[in-house]
Write a protein that binds this ligand. Sequence first.
Ligand SMILES: Nc1ncnc2c1ncn2[C@@H]1O[C@H](COP(=O)(O)OP(=O)(O)O)[C@@H](O)[C@H]1O
Ligand SMILES: CC(C)(COP(=O)(O)O)[C@@H](O)C(=O)NCCC(=O)O
Length: 318
Amino acid sequence: MTAGHTGHVAGPYLERRRADWAELAASAPMTLDSATLLRLRGLSDPTSLTDVREVYLPLTGLLSRYVRYTGELHAATNGFLQLSSARTPFVIGVAGSVAVGKSTTARLLRELLAAWPEHPRVELVTTDGFLFPNAELERRGLMHRKGFPESYDRRALLRFVMDVKSGAEAVSAPVYSHLVYDIVPDARVQVQRPDILIVEGLNVLQPARVRADGTTGLAVSDFFDFSVYVDADPSDVRRWYVSRFLSLRDTAFRDPRSYFSRFADLTPDEAVARAESLWDTINGPNLATNILPTRGRATTILRKGPDHRVEWVRIRKV
Ligand SMILES: Nc1ncnc2c1ncn2[C@@H]1O[C@H](COP(=O)(O)OP(=O)(O)O)[C@@H](O)[C@H]1O
Ligand SMILES: CC(C)(COP(=O)(O)O)[C@@H](O)C(=O)NCCC(=O)O
């Protein structure tokens, strides 16, 4: 790639094949070691240090520009308005399907951003904390729609992000346990004016809902300064979901507290059939109907191939 290269044009996006993208941070210092990567990686996620270097370091290089220029915009706006208001946290949304690797992406970003020379305080919140508790999902007939937009307390999630972006001193979010498959009673995660907040979840790029009277309100994505959509072919994500389910069967499902402990003794064939059915009735339809249609709202799309490897990156034109 030569300087001044216009990049492959994809509508409102610029596209970089992985090799060209990797070059953008070829000389950037590597701030993550293999032990940290192992700790951050989701179950069955093969993201390697080479992936961190070639995909995530260039992404943080781009992000550092966004953060810096947003700070300059804040200062310029303050100057014009003759104010001395403090800057609010820079909010990054990370979206994508169940089992696509959003958590690994979000945790890598947190680690890499926190390692910048200015050592910003970076917090990460996942939207599963805003799912309605199982008892409420049962009441609403939504137990088989966990992860669909209507299974979340969207008003509370919007309030949380708005409060952060309003500059509130301390904001808290509820906590979800994958193990128990429910909201953890009385647990909260505190967010105290970080420099950067990452909000990760299936539906963070959803547009605002249309009200009964035909008007629309606000959506959490209205408060994002940057967003990443982790993308892959749905048939690949289905395969990753099934293989992760098999790994969970040998690990988390063995824990007696696990909601899925009843699946720990399934034969491998039965476990595959169960995972495929969960995918085909819940997560696949949610991806097709609600999540994938939000992809074009992201600032950046990371597109993975069948082996989880990011093959190309699209960046919204500025
Ligand atoms: N039933 C489960 N029991 C324990 N951990 C789980 C279970 N399902 C998912 N997880 C873990 O929860 C995290 C989030 O998973 P998910 O929402 O599918 O998003 P993604 O795979 O895109 O990060 C992952 O780290 C995954 O390993
Ligand atoms: C908890 C989730 C809805 C994801 O929540 P997110 O943090 O992305 O909002 C999802 O991982 C999940 O558990 N879905 C339910 C269907 C299933 O068990 O596969």
